[in-house]
Ligand binder design. Structure first.
Ligand code: CTP
Length: 404
């Protein structure tokens, strides 16, 4: 298993906008993600960027209009168009969109677009007035009706100095959209998965809270891996510094109680629930309405237990959705497998991912890697070596696609 861009053939069209310089970064990012990127620059694009730049970052020939009229001219556009699994035009100018909308094939890119029968993705970049012009708006509508996927443009400051909708979407965000596009039809296509991630915060007073060291990285990495496999992902997340995968539906929460409400509301219709969040087990018995002042004396903080969300989900599925898979984590600092097996049995889970968080070998919180063991309800135990947190997600995908 790998990221869904790996090995994909993408034709990247670059047209005449100052944002063409950002297309070099995009071509590089797509290549690094494993795509085979064939770039086609229009004549206007060549005013901003040279083909050699694209050739250098993709390791493949970058095409210009001269190639349309060259010795292989009669086939180059057919070959590029037919082989492409995605035609991505980024940046796309108003003029190129007009050509595509009306089937005008007067340059290599436009004629390749006519020859291609793959999905078309466009990331427009132009001055705001040009994007909102009725002619452009009509061309966008025509292309959308024909199934073209638009990424942006974004609102913001434009090269003209004006502020409006016309900014080229950042390459990293276009990459995320391409990734999401190729994930459809993956092994988990049509499956809905609910994931919790991150820590929770239990308020003591308006400025203080109880929390834990969870960064959310493991939960978000699992969300990305499941999304890459084509699942429809809902991510209920406590406060983290992370961004949810493009395409995932994110529900931000703060406290354990809020997380429970969000989870129970989202649960009906889910095919799997994956409880990665480090949910607080205790919450202050009372919330100080004002900042708790020091008195010089020692102070006591009374705590009440929180509800166990995973347990509640497991109980709920027994009655309402027996086919739903329930996966829990067991963060332990001692007797890892024994404690994890107890959680599996007590919470009646399908799978528990046992996670040594003692920090004896390596720190797990906030790190890129994790070392886990899978214990399933049939009694099998699979111990993995240290691996990237995304790979833990891939192993969960593998588990979910197994027949019962
Ligand atoms: N969990 C939960 N709600 C809670 C506490 C934990 O949903 N209030 C979930 C976690 O997301 C994890 C699993 O339960 O999937 C186990 O969490 P963990 O913190 O390892 O154990 P606890 O159940 O809290 O038990 P203990 O504190 O005794 O280790």
């Amino acid at each position: 298993m790998s990221n869904p861009i790996e090995g994909k053939r993408i034709v990247l069209g670059i047209t005449g906008s100052i944002a063409a310089y950002k297309a070099a970064d995009l071509a590089s990012k797509l290549t690094q993600a494993g795509a085979l990127v064939d770039c086609i620059l229009t004549e206007a694009a060549v005013k901003f960027m040279q083909p050699i730049t694209f050739q250098s970052v993709t390791g493949r020939k970058a095409y210009v209009d001269a190639d349309l009229w060259g010795s292989d001219g009669h086939v180059v556009h057919i070959a590029l168009g037919r082989a492409a699994e995605l035609l991505l035009i980024a940046p796309a100018t108003a003029s190129t969109m007009a050509k595509l909308a009306h089937g005008i094939g007067d340059n290599l890119l436009a004629v390749t677009a006519l020859a291609a029968d793959c999905p078309l993705m466009l990331a427009p970049a132009m001055d705001a007035g040009m994007f909102s012009h009725p002619a452009t708006a009509e061309n966008v509508r025509i292309l959308q009706e024909r199934g073209a996927i638009f990424i942006g443009p974004e609102p913001g400051r434009l090269a003209s100095g004006l502020v409006g909708k016309g900014r080229f979407t950042e390459p990293v965000d276009i990459l995320a959209q391409v990734r999401w596009h190729f994930s459809r039809g993956g092994v988990l296509a049509g499956k809905k998965v609910l994931i919790t991630a991150g820590p929770t915060r239990e308020a003591i007073d308006p400025v203080r809270y109880l929390s834990n060291a969870s960064s959310g990285k493991q939960g978000y990495a699992i969300a990305q891996a499941l999304q890459d496999a084509g699942a429809e992902v809902t991510l209920v997340s406590g406060p983290t510094a992370l961004t949810a995968p493009v395409g995932a539906y994110e529900i931000p929460v703060v406290s354990a109680a809020e997380m429970k409400t969000a989870v129970m509301t989202a649960l009906p219709g889910m095919d799997a629930f994956i409880s990665v969040a480090a949910v607080a087990d205790f919450t202050p018995a009372e919330l100080h309405p004002e900042k708790w002042k020091k008195t010089g004396e020692s102070a006591m903080l009374a705590l009440n237990p929180t509800e166990d969300i995973l347990q509640a989900v497991s109980d709920w599925r027994t009655i309402h959705q027996p086919s739903m898979k329930v996966v829990g984590f067991a963060a332990e600092t001692q007797d890892l497998l024994e404690n994890a097996a107890n959680k599996l049995a007590q919470k009646r889970l399908d799978l528990v991912v046992a996670n040594d968080v003692s920090g004896v070998e390596k720190i797990v919180f906030g790190a890129a890697e994790n070392r886990v063991a899978f214990l399933d309800r049939d009694g099998s135990v699979q111990q993995f070596d240290w691996m990237d947190k995304y790979q833990v997600g891939e192993e969960i995908v593998r588990y979910l696609v197994q027949p019962d």
